[in-house]
Ligand binder design. Structure first.
Ligand code: NAP
Length: 256
């Protein structure tokens, strides 16, 4: 068997630094022959993303704030002009206002609720709609979710609601885009230390509990997320769509 992603153009959205889940996925995809296009939110973040990807030959990074439609349009127009077709999209983007993660959920503001859902859930719909026009040979869209959509994790708050919307969006998008040969799946990742995770109150405690109670008695690492994404981005998962795949050392099956 040749490289799993040879000849595939893959858009990776959500690299902030070398601890980002999207970076773990990008490294795995690059090793398997993918040509990668990255995005960053603003100029400041762009500098560090460009430095990070400088070690990957033939890759480039484009600016795109996921809440700005004209940014998304420009991104996909640039990709259309330069690459014509894409085969994969990694969506690893989420955000909630700090106060909505610190206060009890009941105090979530209307603005905070709408913003968290806009950045963390609607953004998948917005990019899938543009991506489908460039996925002329079929494709695979992979997003990242967390078990806080299914059960209450104190401090995850509005992000749990956003992840529930994201997971249901995965199913509706999979149904819409399936006839065009485009698959849409989510990885429900176990807790892993990243910049975003630092915003969750009690994150260290969540990590500790997982390490004690998960069937495999440990938490996950970036490489394992990269390998799962490889499976979902490649033909190895050609009949899998609309799924939420837990990659959490089995923690989600435990009752107590
Ligand atoms: P991360 O490194 O902080 O990545 C989050 C990314 O979201 C950053 O690149 C950030 O860009 C981007 N982003 C936020 N708002 C944006 C906007 N308006 N436009 C464009 N990009 C925006 O954290 P991560 O943990 O790898 O998160 C990736 C995904 O995995 C998220 O969906 C997260 O919920 C999910 N996840 C994480 C865990 C965990 O334990 N870490 C577990 C399960 C699921 P900037 O750098 O420009 O802000």
């Amino acid at each position: 068997m040749g490289l799993l992603l040879e000849g595939k153009n893959i858009l990776v959205m959500g690299v902030r630094n070398k601890w980002s889940i999207a970076w773990g996925i990008a490294q795995a995809a690059y090793k398997e022959g993918a040509k990668l296009i990255f995005t960053y939110q603003g100029q400041r973040e762009g500098e560090s993303v460009k430095e990070l990807i400088s070690e990957m030959e033939g890759t480039e990074a484009c600016q795109c704030d996921i809440t700005v439609d004209s940014d998304i349009d420009r991104l996909f127009e640039t990709i259309r002009e330069k690459y014509g077709t894409i085969h994969g999209l990694v969506h690893a983007i989420a955000f909630a206002n700090r106060e909505d993660l610190l206060n009890d959920f009941v105090y979530t503001s209307r603005e905070g609720f709408a913003h968290a859902l806009d950045v963390s859930a609607y953004s998948l719909v917005a990019v899938a709609r543009r991506a489908k026009d460039l996925m002329t040979q079929g494709g695979s869209i992979v997003t990242l979710t967390y078990m806080g959509s299914e059960k209450v994790f104190p401090g995850y708050n509005v992000m749990g609601v956003a992840k529930a919307a994201l997971e249901t969006s995965v199913k509706y998008l999979a149904a819409n885009l399936g006839p065009a040969g485009i698959r849409v799946n989510a990885i429900s990742a176990g807790p892993i230390k990243t910049m975003s995770a630092r915003g969750i109150k009690d994150f260290s405690n969540i990590l500790e509990v997982v390490e004690k109670k998960a069937p495999l008695r440990r938490s996950i690492n970036l490489e394992e997320l990269g390998h799962t994404a490889l499976y979902l981005l490649s033909g190895l998962s050609s009949a899998v769509t609309g799924e939420v795949l837990h990659v959490d050392c089995g923690y989600n099956i435990m009752g107590i």
